[in-house]
Ligand binder design. Sequence first.
Ligand SMILES: [Zn+2]
Length: 366
Amino acid sequence: MVTEIKKLKNEELLQRTKFLVVKERKITLQILHHLQEISRRRLFAERGYSSLFKYATQELGYSDASAIRRLQAMELLTELPEVEDKIKEGALSLSVVAQAQRTFQIEAKLSQAFDPDEKKNILQSLEYKSSKAAERELIQHSSQPALILKPDLIKPVTSTHSEIRFVADQVLLDQLELIRGFLGNKNPNLSLSELITEMARISLEKLRPKAPKELVKQNSDDGVEKSVKAVNSMQAAQATTKVPQKTSQVSQAFHLPLNKQVPISKQAPLSKQQSNSEQASSRSRFIPIEVKRKVYQRDEGKCQYVDPVTGRKCLSTHAIQYGHIIPFAMNGPNTVENIRIECRVHNRLLAIQTYPKKMAAYLKLE
Ligand SMILES: [Zn+2]
């Protein structure tokens, strides 16, 4: 290959390079369309990934930055299909399209989202511009130029340490100083990284989903009451993700009337320790707390979805829920054997696979 290239005449070499660049753009667009379709079919989830980004980096081997550029361009292409021609003819590069989409997303969060016409006008002003020139142009349209100029960055410094960069506003700086003061008694003179490490520890202690505690019956302290409330709110979240209460049609698929449910005697044998209240709750879709505790410990709080094709297990800890292996509406019991931890993406994927029509109507899928 290299020898062949070395034999090319100058003019041939220049022309062939141009030809390859045009081809590269076409392939890039094809990849964006394929990613779009993978996203629409939720194939990344089927293959055991909890997000398209994870699929793009871990399965396709893109760097974080390359994956983000492609996903951002893909999003903008979905919203404004005319951008495709601009990429094809080389008027807009992938990185400029991604930069524009990032600006649009930041503005939508900060103040008012641009409408499609405004976006088209801005994109027009970016045509045939380098990344640097496009950045200068985008700053003109931004209410917080600092966020455009200095995007968040995690850069490895050594094999164990990375540099984290982000732009903070005065409100955050003031809050950090306040927290430094609050922590000052125990930890005087905290450096910025020590301060954030301590904040991360406190947040994790507070936010990390805990294994449901023992049954209220077996504990009398107030903490248990709290944990029951937490679990109930998790159940509520689970119900909302699968089926909002308002969409009664779909809701019924997951929540059969009591008289249609499996009698306790036909379910997996109940353990002797189970209380009367547990027996009562096993007739509803709510999973007994003792079952949840055992499931959480067994699954270590990680999503247990396994791709049937590759055997890849998701293991995500993001927005975890308790899911039925044999669906509740198909008489799947609320037993340790039939309940497992699932992330939000896989909980929803399984609902779509089990009830394609109802979920399609609910999610307004094509
Ligand atoms: Zn998952």
